[in-house]
Design a binder for this molecule. Structure first.
Ligand SMILES: [Fe+2]
Length: 215
């Protein structure tokens, strides 16, 4: 059951791998680099996607060449590797999910099954949002805060250090905020919490809701 959940959650990631070479490519953003302003500036998007994510992709391709991980899915590598391969595979997976969950027409609140599940777990969406922001702001150093789904379907908030992703602990990633300084420092300097609070205005809840699996 857990394996089926993970495979279905991340099936779209497979599309970013070249079937011919088995190497990873850089995803294209589903919006223009300035489209998320003023929440995230054009310059931050250009650097974050074009330099940081591109760097993780390039490094991962070099690291997995001629190893047992060559040609394997990102989630497989994250679940089975360690060290620099784990961190780079995790960062590629993290950033694909991150960039694809935003839209210039985003914002508002979740709907449908995900909204009901959040309310069951946290009482109200505002209570969930406050807890999520708090966990992201409190994470020491670089990492991620995730809304994730356990193998039995329960929603949880996870703090993931460095390049880790919820799939490392058998969970399904639903919504992830990047708290590495490269995600916000140009726009918000050291005001991480202010940045996290602003991200709700660009969340594409349709994309995020589709990641949620029926328990
Ligand atoms: Fe990042």
């Amino acid at each position: 059951m857990k394996r089926i959940l993970l495979l279905s959650a991340l099936a779209f990631v497979i599309a970013t791998t070249s079937a011919q070479t088995g190497f990873w490519g850089l995803i294209q953003l589903p919006y223009a680099s300035e489209a998320l302003e003023p929440v995230i500036s054009r310059r931050t998007i250009e650097l974050h996607h074009g330099k940081h994510l591109a760097g993780y992709v390039e490094t991962l391709n070099l690291l997995v060449k001629d190893t047992e991980y060559e040609g394997k899915s990102l989630e497989h590598i994250v679940r089975h590797s360690s060290g620099v391969i784990f961190n780079n595979a995790g960062q590629v997976l993290n950033h694909i999910l991150y960039f694809q969950q935003f839209s210039p027409q985003g914002g508002g609140v979740p709907t449908g099954r995900l909204a009901r599940a959040i309310e069951e777990q946290w009482g109200t969406f505002d209570d969930f949002r406050e807890e999520f922001e708090k966990r992201g702001a409190a994470l020491f150093g670089s990492g991620w805060v995730w809304l994730a789904q356990t193998a039995d379907g329960t929603l949880i908030i996870l703090q993931e250090p460095g390049g880790s992703n919820p799939v490392a602990s058998g969970c399904r990633p639903i919504l992830g905020f990047d708290v590495w300084e490269h995600a916000y420092y140009l726009d918000y300097e050291n005001r991480r919490l202010e940045h996290l609070r602003s991200l709700w205005d660009i969340i594409d809840w349709q994309v995020v809701g589709e990641r949620y699996a029926r328990p």
